[in-house]
Design a protein around this ligand. Structure first.
Ligand code: SF4
Ligand code: SF4
Length: 142
């Protein structure tokens, strides 16, 4: 399995209230969300190096996500009932930053990938909580 290299230094001036989280078990790796993300923070993970796309899925780089929600739906007028949903499988949700550590703990995907990457994701989640708390003057998790 391959994961694109990711920065651990936030590019944002501040951490948004909520960040996008992808449920790997529901994601098909179609890349619709990647095409629309304005900061290019959605990473495609290939399960098999010799068969790109097969069993692939995507993950959000929480250090870069600006919380714009564009990967969930295209904005439209409030009166428009037909809002364009980006992910065909409803695999993306916006998780408030204090809930990110729990979301990381529920990480989905192939067992070996989860085992190898859970700590990385937990560390990324804790980083967002700490940055957010530092900006707001509160202790992490408050
Ligand atoms: S919320 Fe915005 S910045 Fe974050 S992954 Fe979705 S499109 Fe990208
Ligand atoms: S749009 Fe949905 S299914 Fe497609 S890559 Fe993004 S999260 Fe996965």
């Amino acid at each position: 399995m391959s994961l694109s290299p990711k920065s651990t230094k936030p590019r944002r001036k501040k951490v948004p209230k909520a960040l996008a989280v992808i449920d790997a078990d529901n994601c098909t790796g179609c890349e619709s969300c990647r095409e629309i993300c304005p900061v290019d923070c959605i990473v495609k993970i290939e399960q098999y190096a010799d068969t790109p796309g097969l069993g692939a899925w995507c993950e959000v780089d929480w250090d870069q996500c600006i919380g714009c929600k564009l990967c969930i739906r295209i904005p439209s007028k409030k009166s428009d009932a037909h809002v364009l949903q980006v992910c065909p499988w409803e695999a993306i949700e916006m998780v408030p930053v204090p809930g990110l550590v729990a979301a990381a703990g529920r990480m989905t995907g192939p067992e070996d990938f989860v085992a190898a990457n859970r700590q990385r994701l937990l560390a990324a989640a804790r980083r967002q909580v700490a940055h957010k708390a530092a900006a707001g003057g509160r202790a992490p998790g408050e």
